[in-house]
Write a protein that binds this ligand. Structure first.
Ligand code: URA
Length: 210
């Protein structure tokens, strides 16, 4: 069973994250590194996929070999930055089902408001991995998980690149049953809700917007 928080300290993950944090790294470089790092994080977050065995014939003899069991896993991208993690994971798990959740923050209430949601069927029978590179306040992540639970999901993981302690605490309070996998937990949030030291706005850095 994964702990509530897993920080992936693998040297390749940490090295790539440092290059991504550097403000001199180009949009193309940032995107490539995010795809690479997502493969390594996906390895960690999919550790507990159900397994069974199948009878196969090697060139030498028959054997019982391990294969994945159960329904295809569901990847849920929290728009828009989630798409940067999604692409890499799909290379590793090409048969995964994919959903998207779009949320924006109401400027008056500061609460997340859903503007889009399309998720795979039978979420209750799948491992569901919600992806968003930045777990900042945790409000939109917690709202996305609320929605997934409303749609039936029972076995959920949250995958991000960077987390703030505030976001980890918010998720633990709202969804203690949802393990978080991340490459690092930074110091804090600034007054605009940015993770510090962080890497800036993940969506802007990945798509070249300002
Ligand atoms: N979203 C981002 O893209 N960056 C942050 O630092 C916080 C939220």
């Amino acid at each position: 069973m994964l702990d509530h928080l897993t920080v992936v300290t693998h040297p390749l993950v940490q090295h790539k994250l440092t290059i991504m944090r550097n403000k001199e790294t180009s949009t193309a470089g940032f995107r490539r590194l995010l795809r690479e790092i997502s493969l390594l994080l996906a390895y960690e977050v999919t550790r507990e996929l159900d397994m069974t065995t199948a009878t196969i014939q090697t060139p030498l003899r028959e054997m019982q070999a391990p294969i994945l069991d159960g329904k295809k896993l569901a990847l849920i991208s929290i728009l828009r930055a989630g798409n940067g993690l999604l692409d890499g994971i799909l290379e590793l798990v090409p048969a995964a089902r994919v959903g998207f959740i779009g949320l924006y923050r109401d400027p008056e209430t500061l609460k997340p408001v859903q503007y889009y949601a399309k998720v795979p069927d039978a979420l209750e029978d799948r491992l569901v991995i919600a992806v968003d590179p930045m777990l900042a306040t945790g409000n939109s992540s917690a709202a996305a998980i609320d929605l997934l639970k409303e749609k039936g999901a029972k076995n959920i993981r949250f995958l991000c690149l960077l987390a703030a302690p505030e976001g980890v605490a918010r998720m633990k309070e709202a969804h203690p049953d949802v393990p978080i996998v991340t490459a690092a937990v930074d110091e804090c949030l600034d007054h605009h809700g940015y993770i510090v030291p962080g890497l800036g706005d993940a969506g802007d850095r990945m798509f070249g917007t300002k």
